[in-house]
Design a protein around this ligand. Structure first.
Ligand code: SAH
Length: 267
């Protein structure tokens, strides 16, 4: 591909100007969990991560995000980043000699436990335990692919792990990276106001969550279940556990079977 097309669509991926300013600080906050994103579309970040709880946490310095623009590592006057697949076939592949320097630039900031992940439909399917593990790292470098993906030699050379958001194909890794980072950042200490919510929620304990209700107490002739209005916390906890079991049995029998197999496999 030659230089990025200046289509009028390009600007629309910048959701607001303000959240991007959150990332512009080059100041390193010691000991703060950090994401380094390698992407052809740095304007897509922080995207939704700049909003609500993750955005507030970014602003408060509870985590940091930096983008590394792949285009800046492009080759020649047109800053080419991709070329046709060896062996023929459709599409374009991101070049190893463009990705390599971008990855090394990102990794020059890495310290401690700091995996390099490539968002990819061929990867291990992302789940809550991977989010927990990632939150325990010091940071992460995330490579967002485009076109047909990346030159395989880069993945081998840097020991990059492929992570998938599910069994479907996206146009690029940016949305997948934001989903992965959202799930991870909300587990960092202090990001959620109420830490208990990460203990009770779906997938935290091998079960899907019980139903939730709030005011009004009667809506379209449907009342809130009596037990929730009873004030009896023991009974409420029992009811919620029972509902969580029922919903998991109906929707995700595979999760229930796993819980029976390893009942201690909870956190
Ligand atoms: N040719 C590739 C798909 C390329 S899709 C294949 O068949 O495997 C273009 C980019 O979108 C990928 O490089 C990857 O970064 C991203 N992507 C697509 N689907 C994804 C998924 N399910 N999970 C994570 N990233 C994905």
């Amino acid at each position: 591909m030659s230089a990025a097309p200046k289509s009028h669509g390009r600007k629309t991926i910048r959701p607001t100007l303000k959240p991007r300013a959150l990332m512009d600080s080059t100041e390193e906050l010691a000991g703060v969990w950090q994401a380094r994103i390698i992407t052809l579309f740095p304007d897509a970040f922080p995207g939704v991560l700049g909003l609500s709880l993750t955005g507030k946490a970014l602003q408060d310095g509870l985590w940091q995000m930096h983008t590394h623009d792949l285009r800046a590592f492009g080759i020649g006057k047109h800053r080419n980043v991709d070329d046709t697949p060896a062996g023929g076939g459709a599409g374009m592949v991101l070049r190893a000699d463009v990705l390599g320097p971008a990855i090394e630039d990102a990794q020059s900031y890495a310290k401690g436990r700091w995996p390099i992940l490539y968002m990819s439909p061929r990867g291990q399917r992302f789940d809550q335990s991977m989010a927990r593990d990632l939150a325990r790292c010091d940071g992460v470098t995330v490579l967002c692919g485009r076109f047909e993906g990346v030159d395989e030699r880069v993945l081998e050379h840097y020991g990059i792990r492929e992570v998938s958001m599910g069994d479907y194909v996206l146009t690029g890794g940016e949305i997948a990276a934001q989903a992965m980072l959202d799930a991870t950042v909300r587990l960092l200490p202090g990001v959620l106001g109420n830490a208990q919510s990460t203990v009770d929620e779906s997938h935290a304990n091998g079960l899907l969550e019980h139903p939730q209700y709030t005011r009004p107490s009667l809506w379209h002739d449907k009342p809130i279940p009596d037990v929730l209005m009873s004030g009896n916390h023991g009974e409420i906890a029992k009811w919620r556990r029972q509902k969580a079991l029922e919903i998991t049995a109906q929707r995700r029998p595979d999760m229930l079977a796993k819980l029976d197999r390893d009942p201690d496999d909870k956190a």
